[in-house]
Design a protein around this ligand. Structure first.
Ligand code: URA
Length: 238
């Protein structure tokens, strides 16, 4: 692996900005192979040199993976001139170049994978892969057998091709029906447009899973956590 400046290595591992880290280095808070190192220019090999910052070893990692429980009110983008983005909820997360994998609408909640692994994002989002996404949706109801059948057949939602068959399961029927909807594509406003195509309307929407990755019920809205080793393995990145 190529040599890196010490301040850049620490910044890439999410320990702060380079100017912050220069100050930390001056204070003697970093050791390299057991010796205090104060120079930000010191070149290190991230794979063989042992860097310790504030008493904690800093291990080299190329890719970072987080589960975010997206609250409503944030757009799924890295930057936006008007709106708050989900990346504003990722303060303190390690890793350079993080981005959300796919989009949830501003008013949609739930599971959003945040990573800097472009290959994984490509695998999960590629239209040919048909990765299942499960949503908890409150629909203007009641939901009828006919609506369930139409979802299962594949609905015309105004695109060139009809949506692929989807599963609509009613958990609690009524004027505000609680349902679970499984789709295997990721078209723009897909669930909302499918609901409208059967004469209903989405009243609230929350993503529960994406492929093998399930929203952690203990993760409060607006919070994130790193994926576990097991979750990473299930996604084929562990
Ligand atoms: N379908 C939608 O309509 N909106 C989302 O945010 C996700 C799926």
């Amino acid at each position: 692996m190529s040599m890196l400046r010490l301040d850049k290595f620490l910044a890439d591992m999410g320990k702060g900005t380079r100017s912050e880290l220069k100050r930390e280095l001056k204070k003697g808070l970093v050791t390299v192979n057991g010796k205090t190192e104060k120079s930000p220019e010191r070149k290190i090999d991230p794979e063989t040199d042992q860097v310790v910052y504030r008493g904690e070893p800093v291990c080299y990692e190329k890719f970072f993976y987080y589960m975010l429980n997206k609250p409503p009110g944030f757009v799924s983008a890295t930057e936006d001139r008007r709106e708050r983005t989900v990346m504003e909820l990722m303060k303190g997360a390690s890793g350079k170049g993080l981005f959300p994998v796919g989009r949830l609408d501003k008013d949609t909640e739930g599971l959003l994978l945040i990573t800097n692994d472009g290959e994984l994002a490509h695998r999960l989002l590629h239209p040919g892969r048909h990765v299942d996404k499960v949503y908890m949706a409150e629909l203007a109801g009641p939901v009828t057998e006919e609506m369930i059948r139409l979802f299962a057949e594949g609905l015309d939602i105004g695109d060139d091709k009809p949506a692929l068959p989807a599963r609509l399961v009613v958990l609690e029927n009524g004027p505000r029906a609680r349902t679970e909807i499984t789709i295997c594509e990721g078209r723009y406003h897909q669930v909302k447009r499918m609901a409208e195509a059967v004469g209903s309307r989405v009243l609230s929407l929350k993503r529960l899973s994406m492929g093998p990755l399930k929203l952690d019920e203990n993760l409060p809205a607006g919070h994130y956590r790193p994926l576990t080793q097991e979750e990473r393995q299930e996604l084929g990145t562990g």
